[in-house]
Design a protein around this ligand. Structure first.
Ligand code: AMP
Ligand code: MG
Length: 326
């Protein structure tokens, strides 16, 4: 099976001529422009995303970061621009970027059909915002995009237009603890304190016909830059949005830790080396505003909207773990 996937991806210069793919990329064009219009109407400024830097997001669930030799300095290729979002909101309070990310995902992610090693996020951040603020924004954004695509891409969507519904707001919310209970009820045990594994994420997604939130992940499951809950020690002010019908995670986001002492403490607890984050720590020492934000994967959104079996059909030049495709 995986050798079939590999052969097909390595011959993308032939398979890309398939008319089905062209329709998907037209839908994707509409997805991107409708998000841009939506965010600009909300007062966001689009910025250019960084591609490389001395440090990048360490919270990438078992994927490896890619490193390049930058004039003798080991530089990272962005796994996400989170650290940079916290930098730019000191100048612009509402920003977004179409941000390219590289993550050397484990080989077994070929089986999830929702992991690429090169993908893009619409990554946004709002100074002084809370989880509530950006979750509400995320709901309206997703509804807007689906409505626009349904309107403008009738022909490209084909039969999917009948099953693709504009979700009802507000979306259902579960805490991480509640999500674990739901999974337990279905015979799937997830250890408290860990990320929800790929299969369990897909299973809970299959139990739903509308997108839903999972909030308040334990600090041990996530990176140092999330704000710890004011109510419960060891739990974060964060959230994931999960697509229905087995499509899995759409969004991750939350409120950010912006206080130097607290952040350093979190960094030491998570086992990250402060020496690797020199500019970031110096920035926090000088002071930055609190903020909240999220990232939504563009290829995952396209996969969901077009109801594609494989995420590699949601990108013109797909890169999948272990496959050296063009
Ligand atoms: P994360 O920082 O891991 O939560 O990633 C943010 C968003 O990017 C996720 O919610 C997904 O929509 C998307 N994403 C993360 N990893 C991948 C991947 N390997 N392939 C495609 N999309 C991804
Ligand atoms: Mg995530």
């Amino acid at each position: 099976m995986s050798s079939e996937i590999s052969e097909s991806l390595k011959k993308r210069y032939i398979t890309v001529r398939d008319n089905g793919l062209a329709k998907i990329f037209k839908v994707q064009d509409e997805i991107i422009s409708s998000i841009r219009t939506f965010l600009k109407n909300e007062g966001f400024i689009e910025i250019l995303a960084p591609i490389i830097g001395p440090a990048t997001d360490p919270g990438i669930r078992g994927a490896k970061q890619a490193t390049i030799d930058y004039y003798g300095f080991p530089f990272k290729v962005m796994s996400s621009m989170i650290l940079y979002k916290q930098m730019i909101i000191t100048a612009l309070p509402k920003v977004f970027a179409l941000s390219p990310n590289i993550r050397l995902e484990p080989l077994e992610t070929v089986r999830t059909r929702r992991h690429l090693t090169e993908f893009r996020q619409i990554d946004l951040e709002v100074a002084y915002a809370t989880c509530e603020d950006v979750m509400e924004l995320g709901e309206r954004m997703l509804c807007h995009v689906i409505a626009e695509v349904k309107n403008k891409c009738r022909e490209e969507l084909g039969d999917r237009i009948k099953t693709l519904k504009v979700p009802k707001m507000p979306f259902e919310r579960y805490t991480y603890r509640e999500a674990l209970e739901i999974l337990k009820g279905a015979g799937i045990n997830v250890e408290y304190g860990k990320e929800i594994p790929w299969e369990a994420e897909e299973a809970i997604s299959r139990m739903h016909s509308e997108p839903f939130w999972i909030t308040n992940f334990p600090a041990t499951a996530r990176s140092f830059y999330y704000m710890e809950s004011r109510e419960e020690h060891g739990v974060l002010e964060d959230f994931d949005l999960i697509y229905p019908e087995g499509f899995g995670e759409a969004i991750s986001g939350g409120e950010r830790e912006y206080r130097y002492d607290k952040l350093l403490d979190r960094m030491l607890k998570s086992g990250d080396n402060p020496a690797d984050y020199e500019w970031y720590l110096d920035m926090l020492r000088i002071g930055i505003p609190p903020s909240a934000g999220f990232g939504i994967g563009v290829e995952r959104l396209t996969r969901f909207i077009c109801s594609l079996e494989n995420i590699w059909d949601a990108v013109p030049f797909p890169k999948v773990a272990g496959i050296p495709s063009p």
